[in-house]
Structures are given as structure tokens and as C-alpha cells.
Design a protein around this ligand. Structure first.
Ligand SMILES: [Zn+2]
Length: 131
């Protein structure tokens, strides 16, 4: 038996609200995870995985998410988003931050996009969403 509990989504969202009350920017998925773990530690020990923390945080609408990627030499097509696993859309002549790619894929759900050379996410930056 593990010495900690898997938190419910509600508990994670409560913790996220608490964290965002003090922080405007969370500069990585690892930091998000550890801030949430700490915020949930009042009544027992809870741990959320990094990817789950990211999915719930982004899905909550409470944060804007920026994705930093590195470009690989890999030319294989992607079908599902590596960030949120939604199906990617093929785009021609996509204009993105810093330029244009003639052919690529874009996620309809999150900010991930890639050109023909696959971009691999390396860092996520979360900023408190402004209303
Ligand atoms: Zn996505």
C-alpha cells in the first residue's frame, strides 16, 4: 500500500485555487506538481502526477499555458496531441509565433502545434488566467 493518497479532481482544483492565490506564474510542470502536493498536504499526504496536474490545471480554465518545445529531426506524422491527447488537425500555411510553417499540425484544444519536424514539449509555463 502506498503511503499517500491519489487526490480527487475536486481536491486538486481546490489546491490549484490556493496556489494561484499566491502565485501568478508557475514556471514548470514539476513546480506545479510540487506546489499542488504541498497545498494538499493538510489532511494526509496526497500526490498528483505531473501530467495529471497539467491536464487538470489547463482544463480548469484558471491558467493560461505556454508550451516550450524543441524541434527534432523526426518526420513521422503525429495523430494525437502529446500534451492533451486530443486529435491534431492538419493545417496548411499556419502562422505561428515567430513565423510561418507551410504544413503542420495544430491541437484544437491546447496551444500545442508542430511543423513537419516534430516538436517535443520540454517545458510548460502556467500563468494565472486574467478575467
Ligand atoms: Zn493538445
Amino acid at each position: 500500500m502506498p503511503g499517500y493518497h491519489i487526490p480527487s479532481q475536486e481536491r486538486i482544483l481546490r489546491a490549484l485555487g490556493k496556489v494561484l492565490g499566491k502565485r501568478r506564474v508557475i514556471s514548470s510542470q514539476r513546480e506545479l506538481k510540487s506546489l499542488l502536493d504541498r497545498a494538499m498536504s493538510g489532511d494526509g499526504e496526497y500526490r498528483v502526477s505531473g501530467p495529471r496536474a497539467r491536464r487538470i490545471a489547463y482544463g480548469s480554465g484558471l491558467v493560461d499555458m505556454e508550451i516550450e518545445c524543441r524541434e527534432t529531426q523526426e518526420l513521422k506524422s503525429l495523430f494525437n496531441c502529446p500534451v492533451c491527447s486530443h486529435r491534431l488537425k492538419l493545417v496548411k500555411n499556419m502562422t505561428v509565433f515567430g513565423g510561418t510553417v507551410t504544413l503542420g499540425y495544430k491541437c484544437p484544444h491546447c496551444p500545442y502545434w508542430t511543423g513537419i519536424r516534430r516538436r517535443v514539449p520540454t517545458r510548460y509555463i502556467f500563468t494565472r488566467a486574467t478575467e
